[in-house]
Design a protein around this ligand. Sequence first.
Ligand code: SAM
Length: 332
Amino acid sequence: MRSAAGCADVRIQSFLSEADERSLANDVLDGLTRPFKEIPPKHFYDARGSELFERICELPEYYPTRAEREILHASAEAIVSRTGAGELVELGSGSAEKARILLAAMSTAGTLRRYVPLDVSERALEAAALELVDEFDELSVHGVIGDFERHLNRVPGPAAGGTPRIVALLGGTIGNFPPGTRRRLLREIGRLLEPHDRLLLGTDLVKDPAVLEAAYDDADGVTAEFNRNVLHVINRELEADFVPDAFEHIAFFDRRHEWIEMRLRARRPCSVLVAGLGLRVEFAAGEELRTEISAKFTRPRLEADFQAAGLALDQWFTDGDGLFALSLARRL
Ligand SMILES: C[S@@+](CC[C@H](N)C(=O)[O-])C[C@H]1O[C@@H](n2cnc3c(N)ncnc32)[C@H](O)[C@@H]1O
């Protein structure tokens, strides 16, 4: 454990070693040797990927961030007064822009103690931690650089003195997991909750496919660049020779599963060497690599997921246009 930039109120622990950083090698070996190629979306988020995601959040087509912020601005005070929370654990914290709204509500309520961000992106986490301790005098930050699929057991226990905690997973990140994995992850997250703690979960809602598809295929091509970033990550980390521009960005709404899929489609036949793995991978012209699913929810579907994960919905908040939902849930 170390203090970041000599700041006494910030401690950051890293559980991602150079060797198994974000389990990229395993995922590439597994995902690129399947008949239908696939790489999990957590590998988008190196420093450049995190920056591109921040740009996506400001795009006119990308309504989820605006909608979720609107809900938080309208409901943070109620969430804090209902839970009495003084500590926020945030999984996949990114720039912590939304955390700031909850921390401000805790500060106003006089309960604010600690923020525990967990993210695979070291640079985003460190920058956010330093900004937040500057902004809130009473705040300490205990950051965890890790993978929430593998390192939930590294989340520190409640701060001494035991204030209720909110464990948040925002930004619709839970939608990146197919139903079985999603329920397992929710169950594991639920294990972090004491009886007085609550899960705060952000989920994008089912809506007009045209609106959904535009959100993942913006006119400026920022999402396309974000999508191709995974190829830059593989090139750098595993000495591969992907030509990212040889792959076209694809985003479509799968009506049967009610999820968005992002894929990269080879514009021409490509033979790629992943030297770090001693692996050669062939792409036929038009062959696709799936890089993300982003499931869209209805309230009944989410309640069923909670039930299967040993959780129960306490309160449901949506924005004025009903685009996005925040759920407050407890452990059964
Ligand atoms: C869709 S962004 C959401 C960021 C922020 N919570 C928000 O709502 O704007 C997903 C974030 O989760 C992080 N992330 C994705 N998969 C992760 C994993 N398996 N473990 C830890 N962090 C992860 C990414 O680095 C990124 O910061």
